[in-house]
Write a protein that binds this ligand. Structure first.
Ligand code: CUA
Length: 342
């Protein structure tokens, strides 16, 4: 029995400590909005922990007392009915007043925090648009005319305005270390939030509204770079990719359209469907991205090849169908896509 309790305690401590660290933790952020939410979270944890302890102790006391009262004998006199009535009134009053005071306190604090985090800490220097899709993220830099997917680059130390919406179902945008909280991505509506990375680094976000079979694998990488590096990154993407002179790469490009990949995926100024908001991620800079399928798997020539043949091995339920390609054709297509690295 004691060993089972020890194991359960160790497991709980491990689970709690794992949840408190890592690139997707909402604790220990340097972002003012995140700090306000974290402050509220600690107050909620402390007060609900206190209330739970009081309730458990009262319950234990009641069980012990009821056990004693159940016994008969000269040491255990008959119950005092008036005393029980008095105690019941106290319990009823405390049971109604206690939660009411706590709930009103929480409501006031959360409305206050909500108002505080809705205001960006400084004037935004950049606007990005993020569109949720089943099950990936479309990322647009409207001022530069740049579109990418699943990896959001921002300048560190600057407030970024984020406009979120959805192309299909309701998703939710949340970068715990950088954004002030979760915000719903609703079809036909644009919601506004902001992000701020105090320091350069790589952060992680996650869709937090159940959106279908691949909801759990709808993650996002956020790269915050020094502003000069970010400007260079963005600038390189304002130029369309060059038409390859290498014959193998050209073959890869023609196979890309022969197999209908360009019906869903855009490559800027290369594919005929030069629209923003296509069914699959924009591939203009796919060779430079570190993952495939919204962080489902690392982006390497091998995983890219396997993804093209059958993306369902990495992401069951993804909307992209398998593609039938010979080994040589697959190698050419992979080589072309890997060359899309501005
Ligand atoms: Cu998108 Cu959950």
């Amino acid at each position: 029995m004691s060993r089972a309790i020890l194991r359960a305690t160790a497991l709980t401590v491990c689970a709690l400590s794992v949840a408190c660290q890592g690139p997707q933790s909402m604790l220990g952020t340097n972002n003012p909005g995140g700090q306000s939410v974290e402050g509220l979270w600690w107050i909620a944890l402390a007060s609900t922990g206190f209330l739970s302890t009081v309730v458990i102790l009262a319950l234990a006391y009641a069980v012990v007392r009821a056990g004693r009262a159940g016994r008969s004998g000269p040491d255990h006199p008959a119950p005092d009915v008036d005393g029980i009535r008095r105690e019941s009134s106290v319990i009823l009053l405390a049971g109604a007043l206690g939660p009411a005071i706590f709930l009103i306190g929480f409501l006031t604090l959360s409305v206050d925090t909500g108002q505080e985090i809705s205001r960006p800490p400084s004037a935004p220097t950049l606007t990005v648009e993020v569109v949720g899709h089943m099950f990936w993220w479309e990322i647009r830099y409207p001022e530069a005319g740049v579109v990418t997917a699943n990896e959001l680059h921002i300048p560190a130390g600057e407030t970024v305005a984020v406009q979120v919406s959805s192309a299909d179902v309701i998703h939710s945008f949340w970068i715990p270390q950088l954004s002030p909280g979760k915000i719903d991505m609703v079809p036909g509506r644009t919601n506004l939030t902001w992000m701020l990375a105090d320091e350069p680094g790589t952060y992680r976000g996650q869709c937090t509204e159940f959106c279908g079979t691949q909801h759990a694998l709808m993650s996002m990488r956020v790269v915050a770079s020094p502003p000069e590096d970010f400007e260079r990154w963005l600038d390189r993407r304002t130029q369309p990719p060059e038409v390859p002179s290498d014959l193998e790469l050209r073959r890869g490009l023609s196979l890309f359209s022969q197999h209908g990949c360009d019906a869903c995926h855009r490559i800027r100024d290369v594919t005929p469907l030069d629209l923003i908001g296509t069914a699959g991620p924009d591939l203009t800079d796919v060779g430079a991205r570190s993952t495939l399928g919204a962080l489902a798997v690392e982006n390497t020539p091998e995983t890219l090849g396997r993804w093209i043949l059958n993306p369902h091995i990495y992401k069951p339920g993804v909307r992209m169908p398998p593609t039938d390609l010979s080994e040589e054709d697959l190698a050419a297509m992979v080589a072309y896509l890997r060359s899309l690295d501005p």
